[in-house]
Design a protein around this ligand. Structure first.
Ligand code: FAD
Length: 378
């Protein structure tokens, strides 16, 4: 694909998302089906590969472009958008720290039909604290032997390759963590059943179990001990902006649906839109969405200009946008009344999808603590 600005990517994505992704979103949600067809459409359009670095050909895909694309995909189908974000995180870790052999092998695979990446940090007993992971990778000859489990992993069981945070040295705390690329069919890797989630139901969240799972040493991304740094660059430095963009997309769509509804719905001879109580809610929805979008764009621009600040900016954008999206979608339900509580009118799905983003990556509570600590230098 030729080089496009964030605005051009957004325009192209809007058209593709509306025409080809949106019509399937309700079915994906209700059947809890993995959106392979949407992924195929994005691949066909060339948008799927925009975040993937191929040797010798860099699309200059910055966070502003990423956010513009993810917002539009999320408006049509938030599950598809989250799967795209997870896939891109793997590509960004490879771009940032992969060996030349990894950079040669995996990006072309990641552009291939039906090939998908996912990341696995979270464990049953670590919460949002990646530093508390216990999944162990012990080097034995030309392989790492991995034991442990990962919990709630988007695209698990569907993805072909997983960026997995492991502990290579139990004595060293954060410096004892590393990242491995683990293939789906690796001996010793198995998956739990899909979690029955409230929203984002097309994303196949499962547990991953590693039992003497053998991973070739060449699948180490970066050096041993650099795991925390690589997760910081890829998951926080890109994924958090993706989560914020999904949230803005959801909030924008909820606002559009609410405005359309209040103009069309006639009660006692008058459209709902004439009532001040409704107007107040619509105004709040517009401002909450625009404020999230503005903060996301400002944070993405700062992170692109000053990569060392990407983590803090990712935290801010994600916290603000995910909470606003829940508030906006909740107001949309209120504005639509009983209709808003029914599947046919979509806003209930948007509320359920938005709710997951206050938990995924880091919860709001962790983000509030982390932002305050970073700003206060603690
Ligand atoms: C839709 C979805 C998709 C996900 N996809 C992935 C994925 O692809 N890869 C991946 O690695 N992970 C994924 N996750 C996991 C996600 O990272 C975790 O759910 C998240 O970090 C929260 O951890 P937890 O669910 O164990 O909550 P808990 O840690 O059990 O938290 C419960 C509550 O306690 C609060 N809390 C916990 N500890 C503290 C503390 N020290 N101080 C203050 N409050 C605290 C939390 O904020 C929260 O309110 C996904 C989660 C969701 C919901």
């Amino acid at each position: 694909m030729e080089k496009l600005s964030a605005e051009e990517i957004g325009d192209l994505a809007r058209k593709i998302a509306l025409d080809t992704l949106a019509p399937r979103a309700s079915e994906i949600d209700q059947k809890r089906s993995f959106p392979w067809e949407n992924i195929a459409q994005l691949r066909k359009s060339g948008l799927w590969g925009t975040g993937i670095y191929e040797e010798g050909e860099h699309f200059e895909f910055n966070r502003a472009c990423f956010a513009a694309l993810v917002k539009e995909i999320a408006k049509a189908c938030a599950s598809t958008a989250l799967i795209y974000v997870s896939h891109t995180i793997v590509a960004k870790a490879i771009e940032h720290a992969g060996s030349s052999a990894i950079k040669k092998k995996w990006p072309p695979e990641m552009l291939r039909e039906k090939f998908l990446g996912a990341f696995a940090v979270h464990e049953p007993d670590c919460g949002s604290n990646a530093g508390a992971i216990t999944t162990r990778a012990k080097k034995e000859g030309d392989a790492y032997i991995v034991n442990g489990s990962k919990f709630f992993i988007t695209s698990a069981g569907e993805a072909d390759i997983y960026l997995v945070l492991v502990r290579t040295d139990p004595e060293k705390g954060p410096q004892g963590m590393s990242t491995l690329l683990i293939e789906k069919d690796s001996p010793g890797l198995s998956f739990g059943r899909p979690e029955e989630k409230m929203g984002l139901t097309g994303t196949s969240s499962r547990e991953m179990y590693f039992s003497d799972c053998r991973v070739p040493v060449e699948n180490l991304v970066g050096k041993e001990g650099e795991g925390a740094q690589i997760i910081g660059k890829a998951v926080i430095g890109w994924g958090f902006f993706g989560a914020a963009a999904i949230s803005v997309g959801i909030a924008g769509f909820a606002t559009e649906l609410a405005i359309k509804h209040v103009k069309e719905r006639i009660i006692a001879g008058q459209p709902l839109a004439v009532h001040q109580a409704i107007q107040f809610m619509i105004t709040d929805m517009i401002l909450e969405t625009e404020a999230s979008d503005a903060l996301l764009n400002a944070c993405a621009t700062q992170a692109d200009l000053f990569p060392d600040s990407a983590v803090l900016h990712g935290f801010k954008a994600k916290l603000f946008a995910s909470e606003n999206a829940v508030n906006v979608a909740n107001k949309a339900i209120q504005v639509l009344g009983g209709h808003g509580y029914c599947r046919e009118y979509i806003v209930e799905r948007l509320f359920r999808d938005a709710r997951g983003l206050m938990l995924h990556f880091k919860t709001s509570e962790w983000l509030r603590q982390d932002i305050a600590k970073a700003v206060m230098g603690m």
